[in-house]
Design a protein around this ligand. Structure first.
Ligand code: DC
Length: 228
């Protein structure tokens, strides 16, 4: 199944919970862009050097290892980088390099191979359109701007960052605009995706709804198979 949504819609937590409940592999495609971004920073590659960044994306050895009740551990060239890839600097670089077609092609090629056998929850910008256009279930998670900003604000406060709620609302609105306006893989719901509003749902509740949808779909496919 493929899942996407705007910042703060809860997509990462929900994707992980769905994968845990179904015994699926959770493929966090954003973590792959972040790993390549980290490698490019460490190797001091200029952020405008598309050929070098493409080569790096082709060569980087990225592994994701599931952990119970935690986001997957991420390894880059054999070294664990689960924490370093979450820094603001890496997020910024990942956002930049994900615009390059060469970088995208290198990562999409691997992502397609990973989803091919099935039993995967794939999360990311192009999950429903490019990586897994044939996914059995496609979900676009949403939530109101205020709720998404509230979640982000609580997260930042937990990390000890001093920022007003109003500032986070403004930042979230700005990021939405940027995500929707970008020319390469802009954020949008696929035509055949189901929209699920999580404003009044916990991540656990949203995951339960999705698990039911996947099971229904599996049942439909099994009975269709019997009819043939
Ligand atoms: O979801 P995230 O914040 O971990 O993603 C990191 C960056 O990579 C973000 O700027 C969006 C980009 N990205 C992308 O372009 N395509 C994907 N499939 C996943 C992430």
């Amino acid at each position: 199944m493929a899942l996407d949504g705007p910042a703060g819609s809860g997509k990462s937590t929900v994707a992980r919970l769905v994968a845990e409940k179904l015994g699926f592999f959770y493929l966090d495609t954003g973590a792959m862009y972040r790993a390549v971004a980290l490698k490019s920073l460490r190797e001091s590659i200029n952020c405008d050097d598309e050929p070098a960044l493409t080569r790096l994306a082709q060569e980087a050895h990225i592994q994701m290892v599931p952990r119970p009740s935690l986001p997957p551990a991420v390894f880059l060239d054999g070294e664990e980088v689960t924490e370093p890839i979450r820094s603001a600097q890496v997020a910024e670089r990942a956002s930049w390099i994900s615009q390059y077609q060469g970088v995208r092609d290198a990562l999409v090629k691997r992502q397609k191979m990973l989803v091919e056998p099935g039993g995967v929850v794939v999360e990311g910008r192009d999950a429903q359109t490019v990586i897994a256009p044939d996914a059995e279930v496609k979900i676009f998670l949403t939530a109101s701007l205020e709720e998404r900003a509230r979640r982000r604000w609580l997260e930042l406060r937990q990390r000890g960052e001093e920022i007003s709620f109003e500032q986070v609302v403004a930042q979230t609105a700005e990021r939405d605009q940027r995500d929707q306006d970008r020319s390469v893989s802009p954020l949008r719901k696929a035509d055949d995706a189901v929209e699920l509003d999580t404003t009044n749902l916990t991540a656990e509740e949203a995951a339960e709804i999705i698990v039911r949808m996947v099971k229904e779909r599996e049942h439909q496919m099994a009975t269709k198979g019997e009819d043939l």
